[in-house]
Design a protein. Structure first.
Length: 274
């Protein structure tokens, strides 16, 4: 069995609603719930070395909170992940909000928790080719101000490294780019995902069209199924062989705690019930 989850944003203090509660829940309520969820999928799905958990980016949120605090507050969830890693495979695909975790992992020089950590993962699953990526790369192409993935990644890294740092995080970001040339771009990046993608440029539709397009192999390497996250809007489209994992209560509405399973070579969108 393969389980895929993205956009949990552990550590973020942005309020959100969760289906089944009927009320707004801040992340201090839902972050410990992710620990319970990891225990659940470990018992329900992930029993052998043939089973796999794919963390599809933005599991942690280093844009919104100091990385040290995020790691300390969510250490029990990491312990649960370690239990899974002792018997099954865990792959980590980095997102824009946890972009710096790849540096941490490489410096530690260990694979006893995550077997791989990169921007993309290609697998053959029961005869079906799959490509996994977080999906912020589509936002880069859809952004009306700049199409440079290198620029976007540099800003993501700066935001990850600046949260919680004494002084102004903005000064470090402005030092990395030309504010006169990229003022509108920076304003757009600093907005929430929902504001950026659902604003006046309607980038959400462009992102989904890019993900489902027949030309996507040029910029994703995907020849079969493509699974991504980032937009916080989950779906499975069999015609284009495209799937989005949704988010952990991140749609901004009364939304669920989404995850995906892949069984028999086919993806299925699920919601964890409280």
């Amino acid at each position: 069995m393969i389980v895929v989850v993205s956009d949990v944003h552990l550590g973020s203090d942005v309020g959100r609603k969760c289906r089944g509660t009927g009320r707004a829940c801040d992340d201090l309520d839902l972050d410990p719930l992710f620990q319970t969820f990891v225990g659940y999928i470990g018992k329900e799905y992930l029993h052998t070395k043939e089973d796999r958990l794919i963390l599809l980016g933005d599991i942690f949120d280093f844009w919104r909170k100091d990385a040290a605090e995020v790691m300390i507050e969510n250490q029990e969830a990491v312990s649960k992940l370690r239990e899974i890693a002792s018997r099954s495979v865990i792959n980590y695909i980095v997102g824009n909000h946890d972009y710096s975790i790849r540096v941490m992992w490489r410096v530690a020089n260990t694979k006893n928790l995550f077997s791989t950590m990169d921007k993309r993962l290609h697998l053959n699953i029961e005869g079906e080719d799959y490509t996994f990526m977080h999906g912020h790369q589509f936002e880069v192409l859809a952004n009306p101000y700049d199409k440079s993935e290198k620029l976007y990644d540099s800003i993501s890294a700066m935001l990850c490294n600046s949260a919680g740092v004494t002084g102004s995080a903005a000064s470090a970001i402005w030092a990395a780019i030309d504010p006169e040339a990229h003022l509108d771009y920076m304003k757009s990046v600093k907005k929430s995902t929902s504001e950026r993608l659902k604003g006046k440029h309607n980038a959400m539709d462009t992102v989904e069209k890019l993900a489902q397009s027949k030309s996507r192999s040029i910029y994703t390497g995907a020849d079969g199924w493509l699974v991504y996250g980032h937009t916080h809007r989950g779906y499975v489209d069999e015609d284009s062989r495209t799937a989005n994992t949704g988010s952990w209560g991140r749609d901004g509405n009364d939304c669920g705690l989404d995850y995906m399973i892949i069984e028999g070579g086919k993806p299925k969108l699920c919601s964890y019930e409280i």
